[in-house]
Design a protein around this ligand. Structure first.
Ligand code: G3P
Ligand code: MG
Length: 228
């Protein structure tokens, strides 16, 4: 089972910052996940919420800001909000990444440009970058730009037809919220369809044992050291 640092290691450090990513790497995660969104000037930054208020000392919609404005903010413990490029530079191919696309503005084209740049210039491999989203149309758009990148559909439910939707839209993995998973039916269904199944977010070793029995392929964790 793959252990994935969630927003870096957000249980210990300010989420989606370089400090949080470094903490996840220190804790020997197999992969790092972080959320990205576009700014009005076309830059891509790490941020989960649509607004700045919860995770920074700024206010208002992320989509209405420029990188210059974003870089003035404190994202916690004096950390700056990183760009996608800065996050990839810090990880520097030590582990594969999952880039989750979110936000008000479309990100697919911009994220694909950054990935292509890093494959061409910084020795990143396509196989070491995956892209996910709750916004499934954005995944379909992304695939038009970079079909060689694995994509994953995030959901927050257990659908009646389990992973059928994911197979129908042609994603490579599905990630759902662990608290709704009570048995292994969804997992087995996904795997029978050739998909991988991930869970977010698991910080408790007691649950981890159950998910191992279910055959889950990977878990996101806010506190990776608790489950590694
Ligand atoms: O990608 C898994 C997980 O990060 C999805 O939820 O809201 O934490 O981005 P969220
Ligand atoms: Mg995420």
């Amino acid at each position: 089972m793959i252990k994935i640092g969630h927003r870096g290691a957000m249980g210990y450090e300010p989420e989606n910052t370089l400090r949080s990513i470094k903490k996840a790497l220190e804790q020997n995660v197999d992969m790092v996940e972080f959320d990205v969104q576009a700014l009005k000037d076309g830059e891509i930054i790490l941020m989960h919420d649509d607004t700045l208020d919860r995770t920074t000392n700024g206010h208002g919609f992320v989509a209405e800001k420029t990188l210059k404005e974003i870089k003035k903010l404190d994202a916690g413990k004096g950390e700056k909000v990183p760009t996608l490029q800065e996050a990839l530079d810090v990880i520097d191919k030590k582990v594969p990444v999952i880039i989750e696309m979110t936000g008000f503005l479309t990100t697919a084209s911009l994220v694909s440009d950054v990935i292509s740049h890093n494959v061409k210039n910084n020795n990143w491999k396509y196989k070491d970058i995956m892209v996910s989203s709750f916004i499934h149309p954005e995944l379909m758009l992304f695939r038009e730009y970079l079909p060689q990148i694995k994509i994953g559909a995030n959901i927050s439910a257990i659908p009646v037809s389990y992973a059928r939707f994911a197979q129908e839209i042609g994603v490579d993995f599905v990630a759902t919220e662990n608290l709704y998973l009570k048995d292994d039916k969804f997992v087995k269904d996904a795997q029978a369809r050739g998909l991988e199944m991930y869970l977010y977010s698991v910080d408790d070793p007691y649950y981890l044992q159950r998910y191992e029995e279910f055959g889950i392929d990977g878990v996101f964790s806010n506190k990776p050291d608790k489950i590694i």
